[in-house]
Design a protein around this ligand. Structure first.
Ligand code: ACO
Length: 279
């Protein structure tokens, strides 16, 4: 039976305990990314980004896949048939939400529950942290059907993996499991499937305890300084902290106060109590 999903149905989400669980929702197509899905994902990211009841976003997939990459029929063949303008539009729509996610206001976590191919590496990289099931399968299958890993995928493996692994992965078209993906730097950790969600929730709970202004400044800083000289990074970080202070000077002062005056926590061992700041 062919399932015809409306655009709105291609992405699902729920918000529980300040965690937004966003799911690629085309399990019957292994969550491959069609233009409809790409447009809907941008709407969902828009909807969630500045909501007060959302502190962290998890991106995962319905069914057996995280995402089987770009939809070879709807993203490639059908848009190419409409000419260059349609191709460029489809690229803007997919690259657009990946970029949005890369610089998202809230911390983001990829929970890779299954297949993750090609174009899927874009949103995988966009998420700040990534956790995979041991039996998840990752592949740059582009070479297997005759293209190079585009849409950022080559950049993703060149940035995240050691050079030899990146070249092997891209040139051989062989898949790797979650454990190897963790060893090669594509994800933070790989866990047995039945422990994956529990671990992701625990990570989210730690993130939810942190100062949100400092978290946004930190995640952006790590991505930005990677491509700077030391001196440029040093300067950027001074400016970035000063800018963060204008959003949240009290949080930083409260963090110092609770350690130095109140002696109620140690920054080396955990986060200060944000709830006291509002009092
Ligand atoms: N594009 C379009 N349709 C897809 C894609 C895709 N990337 N992936 C899966 N589908 C469709 C299949 O055509 C099939 O459709 P149908 O039911 O109408 O025939 C349906 O999803 C289910 O797929 P199966 O192949 O039957 O599922 P299975 O679980 O046996 O295999 C697997 C899963 C290995 C992920 C397989 O679907 C596959 O190889 N997909 C392509 C992966 C890929 O190479 N993606 C492109 C990467 S390159 C890039 O993104 C630029």
């Amino acid at each position: 039976m062919t399932i015809e999903r409306s655009e709105a149905e291609t992405v699902a989400y729920t918000v529980e305990n300040r965690i937004a669980w966003v799911r690629f929702n085309r399990p019957e197509k292994r969550n491959c990314m069609s233009p409809k899905l790409n447009r809907q994902m941008m709407r969902v990211l828009d909807e969630l980004e500045f909501r007060d009841d959302v502190g962290v976003l998890v991106l995962t997939g319905e069914g057996s896949a995280w995402s089987a990459g770009m939809d070879l029929k709807e993203y490639f063949r059908e848009t190419e048939a409409q000419g260059l303008g349609a191709t460029r539009q489809a690229q803007r729509e997919s690259y657009g939400w990946w970029r949005r996610l890369r610089w998202y206001q809230k911390p983001t976590v990829a929970m890779v529950n299954g297949w993750c191919f090609g174009g899927g590496y874009g949103p995988l990289f966009s998420c700040d942290l990534a956790f995979a099931s041991d039996d998840a399968i990752f592949g740059l299958s582009e070479i297997n059907w005759g293209i190079l890993p585009g849409g950022g995928a080559s950049k993703v493996v060149a940035d995240l993996m050691p050079l030899r692994q990146a070249l092997y992965h891209a040139m051989m078209g062989e898949n790797i499991d979650g454990k190897t993906a963790a060893e090669w730097g594509l994800v933070n950790e790989s866990l047995p499937a039945d422990q994956l969600k529990e671990r992701v929730v625990a990570v989210c709970q730690v993130l939810l305890e942190k100062n949100p202004v400092a978290l946004k400044a930190t995640k952006d800083a790590i991505r930005r300084v990677k491509e700077m000289t030391y001196d440029n990074a040093e300067d950027y970080l001074v400016r970035a902290q000063e800018a963060a202070n204008s959003f949240d000077n009290d949080g930083r002062k409260e963090g110092i106060r609770q350690f130095i005056d109140e002696k109620s926590y140690k920054p080396g061992l955990g986060a200060y109590d944000k709830s006291k700041q509002a009092q």
